[in-house]
Design a protein around this ligand. Structure first.
Ligand SMILES: [Zn+2]
Length: 275
């Protein structure tokens, strides 16, 4: 299947010969081919007693404050899935694009699954705007130090042992640690989530590839708007219609490549390799 038509190839060639940056913005859709569910549908349900909670309720500071161990069980279960998952051709194509563009390349990801690093994307050029399941930090914010993620691979219905619960406590103050991720009821910031750095990258971006994200959160939307306002090209790569595909179709500089990222990204990579 060919996703790139001649008009788009001309635009990409023109971009390539100029000095602006290639930025790739990735979301959960990129990792579905690696077997990681998006956690926004039925896979994200979590049952406590007789109550079913939605991901939007589990992944919140509010829930953590009320039921820290339930939130931890849910996150440890997700971590267990990520631990076993392997990067797919989409992740590897992104890594190769970084090799081609080097300092003209930035990766901004909403994914907390660590798969970009398993595919050897560099940490210096990658902005984890929703945090990472590789790290935890004090849930009481007694310091901003990041700790390793507790190595407790939990199955869905497994309970925590007393010894495992001890591993979930802050070494400094003894309160519970928390996953180092942005929760649904929290705001982006520079300190943990590279808000300002990401917006600076957007200003320098000549070509933005939007991969597998539905556009439900504000920072990705602001990045896309910033690129468009400076005559950058945006390409939405997604098999499903979404906020960004609709926006792309309305803009002169916007394109929607309707397909799986594990198929479209290798084709874009091959094109840049051929230049
Ligand atoms: Zn602490």
């Amino acid at each position: 299947m060919t996703y790139l038509d001649n008009t788009l190839k001309e635009r990409l060639t023109e971009f390539y010969t100029r000095s602006r940056k290639l930025t790739i913005l990735t979301g959960a859709g990129l990792s579905t081919d690696s077997g990681i569910p998006t956690f926004r549908d039925k896979d994200g349900f979590w049952t406590v007693g007789s109550v079913n909670y939605m991901p939007e309720e589990m992944g919140t500071l509010k829930m953590f404050t009320q039921k820290p161990l339930e939130v931890w069980r849910w996150f440890l279960y997700r971590f267990n899935i990520c631990l076993k998952a392997l990067p797919n051709t989409g992740h590897f194509a992104i890594k190769e694009l970084e090799d081609i563009f080097s300092d003209r390349f930035r990766l901004i990801t909403q994914n907390v699954d660590g798969l970009h690093f398993k595919a050897h994307s560099s940490r210096e050029r990658t902005f984890l705007i929703h945090g990472t399941l590789e790290r935890s930090r004090c849930g009481s914010e007694c310091s901003s130090e990041l700790y390793p993620y507790p190595q407790i691979p939990l199955e869905k219905d497994q309970q925590l042992t007393a010894a495992q619960i001890e591993l979930l406590k802050c070494p400094k103050c003894g309160n519970y640690l928390r996953p180092h991720v942005l929760w649904f009821d929290e705001r982006y910031n520079e300190k943990y989530f590279k808000l300002d750095s990401s917006m600076r990258v957007a200003k320098e971006t000549g070509l933005l590839l939007i991969v597998g994200t539905s556009g439900a959160t504000t920072l990705p939307q602001r990045i896309v708007e910033s690129v468009l306002s400076r005559q950058g090209i945006i390409i939405d790569i997604n098999p499903n219609e979404n906020y960004f595909s609709e926006l792309a179709l309305k803009k002169k500089n916007g394109y929607w490549l309707k397909g799986k990222s594990s198929e479209v990204l290798p084709e874009i990579l091959q094109f840049f390799k051929s230049l």
